[in-house]
Design a protein around this ligand. Structure first.
Ligand SMILES: [Fe+2]
Length: 304
């Protein structure tokens, strides 16, 4: 069976409605971006004004260092691109602060990326391939249970961005026992407490990242490792991949925007080119329905 996920336009929705929809793993979709976009000229620069060597990469602006690392281009171009991504990230931040104030305390604002590649046929290794259905795990170092909120804009002027999904985190965990096998790793429950070694490691990373903010991406936690095992199993398991009874496609039109907890809904990116993605980590204690969050779903599960 294959049908399409029906997108609901949240353009006129209130804050509570949007927050609840996100926590219930729905896609909060906007036919018109609620965030002002870069100018037509700036978008064109990102789509076709970059040197060939840079077009094959995602370009990510890191707010903690206020820069786009590993961006090898003439100074003027570099500072223009940085400026466009910085401004877009700030506009998304402003919007999120306004519409989702409950999520803001102690949140971490992550990167703003421009995805410049055509997603279809990138021929990546299974664990890296976005064309395989997965949940996001360990974004930006350790989340320690925080939710991964992502705000997307399809800035291709003519083409849709197409995702696939097999439902929410809770749906896939219910429907595929092998994902629990991966999460449990032979134990009778999923271990989420940090060990002494974990705490020591996180402490060292935290110290290091005072001098080198980028160092935080190497941090880890038992929760993030369990999510990574589930992520990997989804991408690698033939049984998971070949069952398409619960599979649906999601079509995002040109210039539309959407946000979602990407740890809470399974997704793959099938086709599409040119998109902005801004990430924020939302502490679990800011959620209104924390029992729906992957951390609590994992914590309360015992192998029978
Ligand atoms: Fe993903």
């Amino acid at each position: 069976m294959e049908d399409n996920y029906e997108l609901r336009d949240f353009g006129h929705a209130g804050s509570d409605e949007i927050q609840d929809a996100l926590e219930h793993s729905q896609i909060v979709y906007f036919s018109h971006s609620p965030v002002e976009l870069p100018s037509a000229e700036e978008l064109e620069l990102l789509r076709s004004g970059l040197p060939q060597s840079l077009r094959a990469k995602n370009i990510s602006y890191h707010p903690e260092s206020d820069s786009v690392p590993r961006f090898d281009a003439p100074e003027e171009l570099k500072s223009r691109v940085e400026g466009i991504l910085r401004q877009h990230g700030q506009r998304v931040e402003h919007y999120l602060r306004e519409v989702l104030p409950a999520f803001v305390p102690d949140w971490i604002l992550g990167t703003t990326s421009f995805r410049s590649m055509e997603e279809q046929g990138r021929d990546l290794k299974p664990r890296s391939s976005n064309e395989r259905v997965h949940i996001d795990a360990g974004a930006y170092g350790a989340t320690n249970g925080a939710r991964i909120l992502r705000f997307f804009v399809n800035v291709h002027p003519q083409r849709e961005r197409v995702w696939g999904t097999k439902g929410s985190f809770n749906d896939v965990m219910q429907n595929y026992t092998e994902l629990w096998t991966a999460a449990h790793k032979g134990k009778d429950r999923v271990r989420l407490e940090k060990t002494l070694a974990d705490r020591f490691f996180s402490g060292a990373v935290s110290t290091l990242s005072k001098a080198y903010p980028i160092a935080q991406v190497i941090d880890s936690s038992p929760y993030d490792r369990a999510m990574r095992r589930i992520h990997n199993r989804m991408k690698e398991s033939e049984a998971f991949r070949s069952n398409d009874s619960d599979y649906r496609e999601i079509h995002f039109p040109p210039m539309s925007a959407w946000m979602v907890f990407t740890d809470g809904i399974s997704h793959s990116v099938l086709t599409g080119q040119y998109a902005f993605v801004t990430t924020a980590l939302v502490p679990l204690q800011n959620c209104r329905i924390p029992e729906l969050a992957p951390y609590n779903v994992l914590e309360t599960h015992h192998q029978t």
